[in-house]
Design a protein around this ligand. Structure first.
Ligand code: ATP
Ligand code: MG
Length: 569
């Protein structure tokens, strides 16, 4: 293989496990072995009418992965044939998201609109060959003539227009002589075909809309199937990978290839969509949640969008790992959220530094610790990675602990702090509770303890064992933070497969905010996007949007343990 055709920068190429070959990779391997192709060329063709979601991540990993593993190339092609629904902001976001996921298209960033002239020429060629005609039925009539799944369609009275008539009408359509919807160009295939996609599909429609790239240059726009097939062929795509809903479009794809003079003959192969339990992977529905402001935007950390998952703190490697583990098949299935979260956890466990944070604070006063004194306690940043170093935790007379880690009337099995009980402070001393301070409502506001100076972690004599260890933060030297705790967006596994509207299944508890959390002092200057493990609590990311010096905002990425078992069953 020629090295110049490689994608050396494809970070994700190294993820591939060659022994696990899905049916698409098998087809590609067979085609290479049989000499049908010497260079494999694929594409990821999103329509810029929304942000990408986890399903698209699967398609991206598949298309870029298949090409990279074979030493071939993959195009990132924006399928921008419908200016009414598309937007440059979506184009920019898509480009950013594919790059973040770890893929590089080098100079192969293209747009369907790059090919508008060629697509137009293909239409003219079909007209010239008597294989396309201008139709003037109203949309209602067209629907009526199309027939149904069980009844054949009828031929339009305009189907018998001569080549010359069609050429003239199409030229005038292109020149803006007609109103939107007055005419369309259709392929002349077979109105009685059992496959409705072959019943003279529309190739071009009139649409006076400004296109984000071609401006007002065109007032006719090609339809998806036509534009997509031609774009694939012009780019020399060898394997055009798409989801199963395009299976019925394949005969049309083949018809275009057979009836046009094109430089390549790509093969369309369909695979099943990735569906994820307890969420939705449909751009249209995601857009609805955003328009109705039921979530904060396309990058809301509860959404399965790539932007949302990035803001949530999922590492791109974990997403690629997840997508790889879901496999490539033709079977419809819904993947459990626990698989995704486990991939995130596994990756972060290795990567994330540890820190201490108290989300719902309760004050502890060490009554035998001298007021005004502080000391520093050494803490490893990672239990198995000395390369990540250690930090010094300020320790003093007043501390914050988690309110949950204290219980006044604790059951026997409660191994944290209780009146008269002992607990170890992580990286610190054993303390014993001897008094409580309560407010007028009887709520505990302070826990008074003594500390045992002989039990400092790591010192000789520190071996004395107690059942529980809890985390803490110095009250005098800590960082105030807002911590956002995310949970599943929907309360049912299939929100979109129900009788009721999917929005009625939104989980009202999908976001809880702890606005009075405290973080250890070393987190004073954590940059946005950094993920940490808050010990005993989970993984948390400094929010990419709202976190800044002096205003710490963290999102919970994922809990430490799988919490799905009881939900997913
Ligand atoms: P949606 O149905 O969510 O609106 P779409 O299919 O309309 O998405 P496109 O921009 O057309 O979105 O998709 C680009 C590519 O991503 C297509 O090749 C499509 O097959 C693929 N794709 C879309 N959704 C999924 C999914 N859930 N799983 C795998 N691939 C997907
Ligand atoms: Mg689609």
């Amino acid at each position: 293989m020629n090295d110049a055709t490689r994608d050396p920068a494809n970070e994700a190429a190294s993820d591939a496990a060659p022994e696990s070959r899905d049916f698409i990779r098998q087809i590609v391997a067979d085609d290479l072995a049989a000499g049908r192709h010497s260079v494999i060329v694929t594409r990821f063709p999103p329509e810029p009418n929304g942000y990408l979601h986890v399903g698209h991540a699967k398609s991206i990993c598949l298309n870029f992965g298949v090409a990279a593993e074979a030493g071939g190339r993959c195009f990132l092609r924006l399928d921008d044939t419908n200016p009414l629904k598309e937007d440059q902001a979506f184009v920019d976001a898509i480009i950013d998201q594919v790059r973040w996921l770890g893929f590089d298209w080098a100079d192969r960033l293209t747009h369907a609109s790059d090919y508008f002239a060629q697509i137009h020429d293909c239409a003219v060629a079909l007209i010239g060959a008597g294989k396309a005609y201008v139709d003037s039925l109203t949309p209602e009539q067209m629907r009526e003539y199309r027939g149904t799944l069980t009844a054949p369609g009828r031929e339009s009275p305009h189907r018998s227009r001569t080549v010359a008539e069609n050429l003239e009408l199409f030229t005038r359509m292109r020149a803006g002589a007609f109103a939107d919807g007055e005419h369309v160009l259709r392929a002349k295939i077979d109105m009685a075909a059992p496959n409705i996609n072959l019943r003279d599909p529309v190739l071009y429609r009139i649409r006076r809309a400004t296109h984000q790239r071609t401006g007002a240059a065109w007032c006719i726009y090609p339809l998806y199937d036509f534009a997509h097939t031609i774009s694939d062929a012009l780019e020399g795509i060898t394997h055009s990978l798409c989801t199963l809903e395009f299976e019925d479009h394949r005969p049309l794809y083949e018809w275009f290839l057979a009836n046009l003079q094109l430089p390549a003959r790509p093969r369309q192969i369909e695979f099943s969509r990735l569906n994820l339990a307890f969420t939705i992977t449909s751009k249209r529905r995601l857009a609805e949640l955003i328009e109705l402001q039921l979530v904060a935007g396309w990058d809301d950390p509860r959404l399965p969008t790539i932007a949302g998952m990035r803001r949530r703190g999922y590492p791109p490697a974990a997403l690629r790992d997840f997508v790889g583990r879901t496999g490539v098949t033709k079977k419809e299935h819904r993947v459990q959220m626990s698989l995704l979260e486990n991939c995130v956890r596994e990756d972060l466990n290795v990567r994330a530094s540890r820190a201490m944070a108290v989300l719902n604070p309760l004050k502890v006063v060490l009554t035998n610790y001298p007021a005004g004194q502080t000391e520093l306690l050494a803490a490893a940043n990672h239990p198995d990675r000395p390369d990540l170093g250690e930090r010094q935790l300020p320790f003093g007379r007043e501390l914050w602990i988690e309110r949950d880690d204290f219980m006044e009337d604790a059951p026997q099995k409660f191994f944290r702090l209780r009146p008269g009980g002992e607990v170890r402070l992580r990286y610190g001393y054993i303390i014993r509770c001897h008094d409580l301070v309560k407010d007028a409502d009887g709520r505990v506001t302070e826990v008074h303890c003594t500390y045992d100076p002989e039990t400092r972690s790591g010192m000789s004599g520190a071996e004395r064992k107690v059942k529980g260890t809890i985390h803490w933060v110095s009250a005098a030297r800590a960082v105030r933070a807002e911590v956002r705790l995310y949970d599943r967006l929907f309360s049912v596994a299939r929100p979109d497969g129900q009788d009721a509207d999917f929005k009625t299944f939104l989980n009202p508890e999908s976001l809880r905010i702890e606005s009075k959390a405290w973080l250890e002092l070393s987190l004073l200057e954590v940059p946005p996007g950094v993920v940490l493990q808050f010990e005993r609590l989970g993984y948390f990311v400094a929010d990419r949007v709202d976190h800044r010096p002096g205003q710490a905002v963290f999102n919970r990425v994922v809990t430490l343990r799988d919490s799905w078992a009881k939900v997913e069953g």
